[in-house]
Structures are given as C-alpha cells and as structure tokens.
Ligand binder design. Structure first.
Ligand code: SF4
Ligand code: SF4
Length: 98
C-alpha cells in the first residue's frame, strides 16, 4: 500500500498536476473550528506569487490552489502557522483571531 502511494507520488512532476482541492485530507478537525484558534493566517495578495508551498505543507489540507494564489478554508484551519513559516516571501502573517 505504502509502496503504491510512493509510486503514485513519483509520477507528479509539476505543482499544476496536484489536485485543485487541499493537498491532503484533513486529519485533525473533522468539524468546523469551534472557536479555540487564537491566531489565523492572513495572506497578502500583493506578495503572494502562487508558488503553493503553503498548500503542500499545510498539515490539514485546508489551503486550496486558486486561479491566482491560494484560498484558506478558515472553518478547518487550526492556526498552527506552518504555512506562514514555509512562505519564503512572508506573504502569510499570523494575526490575532477576531
Ligand atoms: S507559500 Fe507564500 S507565496 Fe507561495 S502560494 Fe503560499 S502564500 Fe503565496
Ligand atoms: S495555519 Fe496551519 S492549518 Fe491553518 S492554513 Fe496554515 S498550515 Fe494550514
């Protein structure tokens, strides 16, 4: 099973070949965020170049590739900040939850 998954992964050569939805299936939150998140990622569309590194690294698959850049599903984002860490252009900042 694992071997088969690795083989499938090797076939992907370009980011554009990855699915339009999240890069993985959500693993932790199975229901909408219940309000415990204290930080949320905010994307600066002026800085984002659509490299989709954040999409690849989000552990919950809540970043979706968009026509230009990304869209974050805040209903299921847990506010871990990994997306902000991996963005080389600092296009994502973690802001206090409103
Ligand atoms: S990693 Fe940064 S620049 Fe790349 S798509 Fe995400 S927000 Fe945009
Ligand atoms: S804060 Fe964490 S869960 Fe939310 S979009 Fe970024 S990487 Fe994904």
């Amino acid at each position: 099973m694992i071997k088969a998954r690795l083989t499938e992964r090797k076939k992907i050569r370009r980011l554009s070949e990855l699915p339009q939805g999240g890069s993985c299936t959500a693993g932790i939150l199975i229901e909408k965020n219940a309000g415990w998140r204290n930080k949320r990622p905010e994307v600066d569309p002026e800085k984002c170049v659509g490299c989709h590194q954040c999409y690849l690294y989000c552990p919950d698959g809540v970043i979706v590739k968009a026509q230009k850049g990304i869209v974050i599903d805040y209903d299921f984002c847990k506010g871990c900040g990994i997306c902000a860490k991996v963005c080389a252009l600092k296009a994502i900042t973690m802001e206090d939850e409103r």
